[in-house]
Design a protein around this ligand. Structure first.
Ligand code: CU
Ligand code: ZN
Length: 183
């Protein structure tokens, strides 16, 4: 039996589209799973001098957050992931509120109910240097609640871990955007 050429052509084109769409879907999934490290470079907001670097690394126990921040006043400073990776406003307000995809209250990083972005405080020594190291189970690199592309803010005051909606931590003195980093 002889099959018309047009039918063969239709079958061939359908097969090409099926293979292409399967490839596209699997490529997308692979890309998401391959993010293992991210970084935010902190820049001072207007009138401030604070700078620093925040690394986020995937570990078996969660995402490890390691920050080194310089030129702070001694003592504790609120330290959060904010909703938007937008540091364009001179006072950092363009970064929005705390990253809170689960619609929870503001709290400390060890509380069960908290904003995903609630990382607590960094504490500067008498030279103004702060080091932060915490492995967190709520932070994610993948999916709808990914922290990639969100903002990191350091505040002038202390996050009291209780006051709503943001711990009464004062002005935003440094801002950075979380980007994908090389493993
Ligand atoms: Cu904040
Ligand atoms: Zn919060």
């Amino acid at each position: 039996m002889r099959i018309p050429k047009t039918i063969l052509l239709v079958i061939f084109i359908s097969a090409v589209f099926m293979v292409a769409s399967v490839c596209a879907v699997s490529a997308g999934q692979t890309d998401g799973a391959e993010i293992n490290k991210a970084v935010a470079v902190l820049h001072p907001t207007q009138g401030n001098h604070v700078s620093g670097t925040v690394y986020f690394s995937r570990t078996p126990k969660g995402i490890e957050v390691k920050a080194d921040v310089m030129d702070l006043s001694p003592g504790r400073h609120g330290f959060h992931i904010h909703e938007f990776g937008d540091c364009t406003a001179p006072d950092g307000t363009s970064a929005g509120g705390h990253f809170n995809p689960e619609n929870q209250p503001h709290a400390g990083p060890d509380m069960a109910k908290r904003h995903v972005g609630d990382l607590g405080n960094i504490e500067a020594d008498n030279s103004g240097n702060a080091h932060y190291d915490r492995t967190d189970t709520l932070l994610k690199f993948d999916g709808r609640d990914s922290i990639i592309g969100r903002g990191v803010i350091v505040h002038g005051g202390v996050d009291d871990l209780v006051s709503q909606p943001s711990g009464n931590a004062g002005p935003r003195i440094a801002c950075g955007v979380i980007g994908v980093a090389k493993d």
